[in-house]
Design a protein. Structure first.
Length: 113
């Protein structure tokens, strides 16, 4: 059973920062593109950012310049550094092993105005 475990969510004021982590013990991490997605209430889940096994990154337009995705292959962990947070960033954030299709359980991020 592949497990992806997110952490680092919470409540933060607008303009603040959070760093999300997604860890696994599975070897699938090494060859998977890893992605962060988010889903706000009443909205579809959307891709926030992704990072390939070789470190190539991709961001949704609204996150460029504010969010940074990174990965530590030795720790089998992917991170999402979120800066200048806005109330509209409030959502449940999920990580996904995109090549294999496994999802984490999600972590709540709430940004107050």
């Amino acid at each position: 059973q592949v497990q992806l475990v997110e952490s680092g969510g919470g409540l933060v004021q607008a303009g603040g920062s959070l760093r999300l982590s997604c860890a696994t013990t599975s070897r699938i991490f090494s060859f998977n593109t890893m992605g962060w997605y988010r889903q706000a209430p009443g909205k579809q889940r959307e891709l926030v950012a992704s990072i390939s096994s070789g470190g190539y990154t991709n961001y949704a337009d609204s996150m460029k310049g504010r969010f940074t995705i990174s990965r530590d292959n030795a720790k089998m962990t992917v991170y999402l550094q979120m800066n200048s947070l806005k109330p509209e960033d409030t959502a449940v954030y999920y990580c996904k092993a995109m090549s294999s299709g496994y999802w984490g359980q999600g972590t709540q991020v709430t940004v107050s105005s």
